[in-house]
Design a protein around this ligand. Structure first.
Ligand code: HEM
Length: 117
């Protein structure tokens, strides 16, 4: 009888473990509290983080894309490269680190449509 109870307990333990493992772990939801404007918020983050590097994200410069041209930055916002480089991998800006607040501003601006607002 004791053995049977032990077997039932062990079986229940394994079933409970399996159920727990199957639970999906979702990343924390990202929320924007307010509208983020291209001007003066996003443009100044780019200017500030490119100003120390000659040729950074200007036509013929070192960074891919001329971000002094709004439509090129908007393309990067809508095709996922801006999100990937700045928010997800944080590879950009090269040689500098953005504050989490600035990363969140860029993140919000992207998910709000990358508008010329
Ligand atoms: C806030 C400032 C910056 C932002 C938002 C930014 C954003 C980006 C994005 C979205 C790309 C990918 C472009 C594409 O693949 O179409 C990129 C690439 C690149 N950026 Fe920046 N960047 C910033 C600052 C800088 C700085 C300061 C430098 C130079 C020191 C730089 C140099 C580069 C280079 C060389 C690439 C090409 C990298 C590669 O293809 O592997 N960027 N950047």
């Amino acid at each position: 009888m004791k053995k049977l109870l032990l077997l039932i307990s062990v079986t229940l333990f394994f079933i409970a473990s399996c159920t727990f493992e199957k639970r999906e772990v979702l990343p924390p939801e990202f929320k924007c509290d307010s509208t983020v404007h291209f001007h003066p918020t996003i443009d100044s983050i780019i200017i500030k983080n490119c100003s120390t590097v000659p040729g950074c994200h200007v036509h013929g410069g070192s960074g891919t894309g001329d971000f002094t041209n709004f439509s090129e930055l908007q393309t990067a916002a809508t095709n996922g490269t801006l999100m990937n480089q700045v928010v997800t991998t944080k590879l950009m800006p090269q040689g500098a680190t953005l504050s989490q607040a600035d990363i969140d501003r860029i993140h919000c601006w992207i998910i709000q449509g990358g508008l010329d607002n």
